[in-house]
Design a protein around this ligand. Structure first.
Ligand SMILES: NC(=O)c1ccc[n+]([C@@H]2O[C@H](COP(=O)([O-])OP(=O)(O)OC[C@H]3O[C@@H](n4cnc5c(N)ncnc54)[C@H](O)[C@@H]3O)[C@@H](O)[C@H]2O)c1
Length: 300
């Protein structure tokens, strides 16, 4: 069975949420860690927590919306450990808002934070893994929002569909090249993380306080709904174990909300018949966004 002990994990978004919980799980499994995030105080907390678990670790403050910073992050990891065996792309944000109101800068922010950050790290880490002995794994955090759609978050859906499509396409190229690298894409529905704090991580370059959109009812309502969705989501506790088991089992798609499976199938079945999104048909599925994977129900 695949073992991660003594292997090197580079984790983005390590200050909070999935990135932080995966860092702690990786430390418990004896991995050496390179931890990256834009939130330096949150990053420091994760760093000290994994050190207290006995893990070797470095912390690399990084804004993943900046390609030069991603480049530096990979180089710093290599200069410390000289290898990367597991890359976890978990840094990300969520932005609600209808397309006719959401400022273009918010599209640019989410496309860079949730998609281009992963493109830039894959571009650099895949060649490193291919030169190494043994197998490398890469986990791209996407979302259920990369497999089905619902109202109010077009920018989020656009980036998550792009992450799923990009990861699938790269997987073909790796197979054709007989590469020693396995890709995985994580597609959860709502989970209790700090994702509704997205605005705290808005880089200066995407900030314009004079834009009236950020004091509009649409903006405030979006923030309120995001908090409700995330704080009532599935508890995060079992997620890192589900993910590491899926990495060990070489699963490509990693799903945690089986109640959403009929929605994924329904969308796929509608496509050849030309049937498009139907708000009324979606309603029953939305109630399922908080359900935990069948096999793991007892562990809640
Ligand atoms: N929580 C959910 O319900 C849920 C569901 C599906 C998908 N996701 C996805 O999971 C990923 C991780 O989110 P989370 O839920 O753990 O949220 P989170 O806010 O708890 O963690 C995200 C981390 O990314 C960091 N980050 C944000 N912008 C950054 C930047 N520019 N550079 C570096 N780091 C940055 C934040 O500081 C934070 O530590 C996101 O892509 C999110 O879309 C979350």
């Amino acid at each position: 069975m695949k073992s991660f002990k003594d292997k090197v994990a580079l984790i983005t978004g390590a200050a909070h949420g999935f990135g932080r919980s995966l860092a702690i799980e990786a430390a418990n499994r004896g991995m050496k860690l390179a931890l990256a995030d834009v939130d330096e105080s949150g990053l420091e907390k994760t760093f000290y927590d994994v050190k207290n678990l006995g893990a070797e670790a470095i912390s690399i403050p990084t804004d993943v919306t900046d390609e030069a910073a991603v480049d530096k992050m990979v180089k710093q990891t290599m200069s410390k450990y000289n290898e990367i065996n597991l890359l976890i792309n978990s840094a990300g944000i969520a932005i609600p808002g209808p397309i006719w109101e959401l400022p273009t800068r918010d599209w640019e922010w989410i496309l860079h934070a949730d998609l281009m950050s992963q493109v830039w790290s894959l571009k650099r880490v895949i060649p490193i893994m291919r030169k190494q002995k043994g197998h490398g794994d890469i986990l791209n955090v996407a979302s259920m929002a990369g497999l089905i759609t619902s109202p109010l978050m077009p920018a989020y859906y656009a980036t998550k569909f792009a992450v799923v499509g990009m990861t699938e396409a790269v997987e073909y190229d790796l197979q054709a090249a007989h590469a020693n690298v396995g890709l995985h894409v994580f597609c959860p529905a709502f989970v209790q993380t700090d994702l509704y704090h997205t605005e705290k991580h808005r880089p200066e370059k995407y900030t314009d306080n004079s834009d009236p959109y950020y004091s509009s009812e649409t903006f405030k309502e979006g923030q309120k709904q995001a908090k409700i969705d995330i704080t009532t989501g599935m508890p995060i506790d079992n997620i890192p174990k589900i993910i590491f088991k899926a990495l060990e089992d070489d699963k490509f798609y990693i799903l945690t909300h089986p109640g959403m499976n009929p929605a994924i199938v329904a969308r796929a079945n509608n496509i050849p018949s030309g049937k498009g999104p139907d708000l009324a048909a979606l309603a029953p599925f939305m109630a399922e966004t908080h359900e935990v994977e069948g096999d793991n129900k007892d562990e809640r």
